[in-house]
Design a protein around this ligand. Structure first.
Ligand code: SF4
Length: 253
């Protein structure tokens, strides 16, 4: 392999149930190593720059990996999010790849004659065009087979049924959650112990961070994802809480 990662095994179809039996008994670091030993350079990380994915970014650093870390720049990010992406490149020299939607925010608004993110019907379309499509297109074009994430079962909701390895039919491949069995306290302890840079807005009542125009801080006692798409929810309504870039947040589980 040109990037120094081990060559992938010949068979790239994995028995998910058997793999999970093994992966459940491994540490987070060992799970990342398994992904790279199995899929070589076609194992990549999708990072939102939130603290859970920052743990996995640091595991890539610990293992000296040059596997790609994908970041989708929607054009609506907080500047702190872009700062953290740059800080990871500066500090760890990782292979961060920024992906962009086909249209700029201005071109999208011109085409649809609306700020789609301000409408219940427009938000899924906006998230699909600005997050999911650039990610899926890149992964398919490059033949990447497994996408690592920072998702954890302890986040609850749609993530409560996560397994370490799951299929993602969108990419005819897999998604792997190295810290699937961690909780927030363990994430915080890891980041502190290893002095990993953390998204500054986590300390300002933003437990979950997406695009600036769709994210607000949460109040004490609120669901950690209550700040996402708050403007699209009426009083007491459920509203959207996931963007769909992670297959397992949708109908996958
Ligand atoms: S989070 Fe909001 S601005 Fe960002 S892609 Fe989704 S709808 Fe668009």
């Amino acid at each position: 392999m040109s990037n120094g990662t081990p060559a992938p095994a010949a068979a790239l179809e994995v028995d998910v149930a058997a793999a999970n039996q093994k992966l459940n008994g491994l540490s987070a670091l060992e799970r990342v190593r398994w992904a790279v030993e199995t899929f070589g350079e076609n194992a990549v990380l999708l990072s939102s720059m939130q603290k859970t994915s920052s743990v996995v970014v640091h595991l890539f650093h610990e293992l000296g990996l040059k596997n790609e870390i994908l970041f989708v720049d929607t054009g609506f990010h907080f500047h702190e999010t872009l700062w953290l992406r740059d800080e990871f490149m500066r500090r760890y020299g990782l292979q961060l790849v920024t992906l962009y939607p086909a249209l700029t925010p201005a071109q999208q608004e011109e085409k649809y004659q609306a700020k789609l993110y301000n409408f219940v019907d427009g938000q899924p379309q906006c998230c699909a065009m600005r997050k999911e499509e650039p990610f899926i297109n890149y992964v398919k074009e490059r033949g990447r087979r497994v996408v690592l994430t920072g998702l954890m079962k302890s986040e609850g909701g749609k993530r409560g049924k996560l397994e370490p390895l799951m299929k993602d039919p969108r990419i005819k491949g897999y998604t792997l959650q190295p810290i699937v069995d961690w909780d927030e306290a363990r994430v915080d302890a890891y980041l502190k112990e290893h002095q990993v840079p953390v998204h500054p807005l986590h300390a300002q009542s933003f437990p979950s961070i997406g695009c600036q125009v769709c994210t607000t801080p949460v109040k004490p006692g609120e669901d950690p994802r209550a700040g996402r798409w708050r403007h699209l929810r009426g009083e007491g309504e459920a509203g959207p809480k996931y963007c769909g870039i992670n297959f397992t947040d949708g109908s996958g589980i």
